[in-house]
Ligand binder design. Structure first.
Ligand code: ZN
Ligand code: ZN
Length: 420
C-alpha cells in the first residue's frame, strides 16, 4: 500500500540521518543563542494568505487548506517563517523585542510530483527579530555556512539584494518593459504582469533572462549602502560567496539581502533566506526588522555521509535458562540507572567501551526459550556491537561474558565492575 503521493516513510539509514541532522541543528543553534519554538502544524489560513499573498503560487495552488467544523479555514503550514512571525508578535514581542528563534519540522505543499520534491517536506529554520544591521545579515549567512561545513556538506553561497518598496517598483517596471515583447514559458507569461521578478529564477527561460536588467543597478541609496556593508562584513567573517543578481526568493515578503546555498549535487538550493523587514508590521506587530533562513532537510540528508562506525552499536543481552534470572536482574539494574551511566568512564578500557555502547543502545532478548545461538544470531542481524552472555558457566563464576561481534573476541567481567 503506497503512501500519499509526494510523501514518504523515513526509516533505517535515512531516519538515522534525519536524527543526526536534527540533533546537530538543535545543539548548534542553541549554542549560538537561538531558542526553539514548536509552532502548530495547522494554522488559520490568514497567516499565510496575508504574508505570501492571495495571488502567490503557494496560496493559489499548493496550500493544503480545509474548512474546519466551526467554519474557519485552516491550512497545513507551507513554510515556517510566517508562523514564527505570528508567534513572535503574539507571545514574545512585548517582553523581548530582540529574539533569536529556531524551528524544526514538517511543511506541506501540494507540488507537482517530481523527483526530490515532496508534499510533506522538512525544514530547519532560524529567525532573528529586532536586528537591522548589515552585521546581522553577514552573521546569519556565516552561521548557515558553518552549519553545512560542520556536517561535511560542500556548498557555495550566493547573495543578492531585492531592494525595498522604494526601489523595487522601479526595477519591476524595467523588467516588465524588458519582457514585454519576449516569448516566455506559460507560467512566466502570467508572471509578466503580476510578478516579473519571479521570471528571473525560471528554469525554462534562462536564455531570455540572461540579458535582463540587473537589480543591483536599481537599488536606492539606502539599500545599496546596506548591501555593500553586508558584503564587507561577509569578508570579515571569512565567508566565501558570489553575488548573483538573478536570485529572487520565491516568497514575496523579502526586502534587501537575500541568499541561497547550493551543493554541487543539485541545481535547487539546499537552504535559502534573507531579510524581511516589513513582515512583522504587515502581520500586525510593531514595526520590527527581521531576517532568517530555512534549510531543506531532505536535500541535506541526501548529501550526508555518516561514518560506518554508526552501524554496529550497543549491547544486547543473551542468556540460557540457567542465566535468565540474572540476565533480567542485570537488564533492569542498567535501565533504572541509565541516566547515571556515562560513556567512556571506567577502570579498564573494557569497562569504558561497554559503557559507551550501553549509553548508545541497550536491549535484552525476550525470546529466552530460543537457543543461545539463535539469540546471538538475532543480535548480529540487528547490528549490535556487543553481546552479554549469561549462562551456567557465568552463574558459577559470578561473571558476565562480553563478546565483540565486530572484532570477534570476548572477555569476562563482574557486573559490579561494570556498573558501580
Ligand atoms: Zn531600496
Ligand atoms: Zn518561465
Amino acid at each position: 500500500m503506497p503512501t500519499v503521493t509526494g510523501t514518504d516513510d523515513v526509516f533505517g539509514e535515512v531516519a538515522e540521518k534525519f536524527e543526526f541532522l536534527e540533533n546537530f541543528a538543535r545543539g548548534y543553534f542553541k549554542r549560538l543563542g537561538f531558542e526553539e519554538v514548536r509552532t502548530p502544524i495547522i494554522e488559520y489560513s490568514w497567516v499565510f494568505r496575508k504574508t505570501l499573498g492571495d495571488s502567490s503560487e503557494i496560496v493559489m495552488h499548493q496550500m493544503y487548506s480545509f474548512e474546519d467544523k466551526d467554519g474557519k479555514e485552516v491550512v497545513l503550514r507551507p513554510e515556517g517563517t510566517a508562523a514564527a512571525v505570528r508567534f513572535y508578535i503574539e507571545k514574545i514581542q512585548s517582553a523581548k523585542p530582540r529574539a533569536k528563534l529556531f524551528y524544526i519540522g514538517p511543511m506541506f505543499r501540494r507540488e507537482r510530483p517530481q523527483k526530490g520534491r515532496y508534499r510533506q517536506f522538512h525544514q530547519i529554520g532560524c529567525e532573528m527579530f529586532g536586528f537591522d544591521s548589515p552585521e546581522s545579515d553577514a552573521y546569519i549567512i556565516f552561521i548557515l555556512s558553518e552549519f553545512f561545513r560542520n556536517i561535511g556538506v560542500q556548498h557555495k553561497i550566493e547573495v543578492n539584494s531585492v531592494g525595498c518598496p522604494t526601489c523595487r517598483p522601479r526595477y519591476s517596471s524595467a523588467l516588465k518593459e524588458f519582457f514585454e515583447a519576449k516569448t516566455l514559458c506559460e507560467d512566466c507569461q502570467k508572471r509578466k504582469e503580476r510578478n516579473p521578478l519571479r521570471i528571473l529564477d525560471c528554469k525554462k527561460d534562462i536564455e531570455v533572462v540572461k540579458d535582463a536588467p540587473n537589480i543591483l543597478d536599481f537599488l536606492c541609496q539606502k539599500c545599496k549602502s546596506h548591501f555593500e556593508l553586508v558584503l564587507n562584513n561577509l569578508k570579515n567573517f571569512g565567508v566565501k560567496f558570489e553575488i548573483n543578481p538573478k536570485i529572487v526568493r520565491g516568497l514575496d515578503y523579502y526586502t534587501g539581502t537575500v541568499f541561497e546555498v547550493f551543493s554541487t549535487k543539485f541545481s535547487n538550493a539546499i537552504a535559502a533566506g534573507g531579510r524581511y523587514d516589513l513582515l512583522v508590521e504587515f502581520m500586525g506587530g510593531h514595526p520590527t526588522p527581521a531576517l532568517g533562513f530555512a534549510i531543506g532537510v531532505e536535500r541535506t540528508v541526501d548529501l550526508l555521509e555518516l561514518s560506518s562506525e554508526r552501524n554496529r552499536l550497543g549491547l544486547f543481552i543473551c542468556y540460557t535458562s540457567e542465566g535468565k534470572q540474572k540476565a533480567f536482574d542485570f537488564f533492569t539494574r542498567v535501565v533504572v540507572s541509565l541516566n547515571l551511566i556515562s560513556a567512556g568512564k571506567g577502570g579498564t578500557s573494557h569497562v569504558g567501551e561497554i559503557r559507551e555502547h550501553i549509553v548508545k543502545r541497550f536491549d535484552i532478548s525476550v525470546e529466552g526459550t530460543k537457543s543461545l545461538k539463535s539469540q546471538v544470531r538475532y543480535a548480529d542481524s540487528q547490528n549490535f556491537r556487543f553481546i552479554a552472555i549469561i549462562g551456567k558457566n557465568e552463574i558459577e563464576k559470578g561473571v558476565i561474558t562480553f563478546r565483540d561481534l565486530q572484532n570477534s573476541y570476548q572477555f569476562e567481567m563482574k557486573e559490579d565492575e561494570l556498573l558501580f
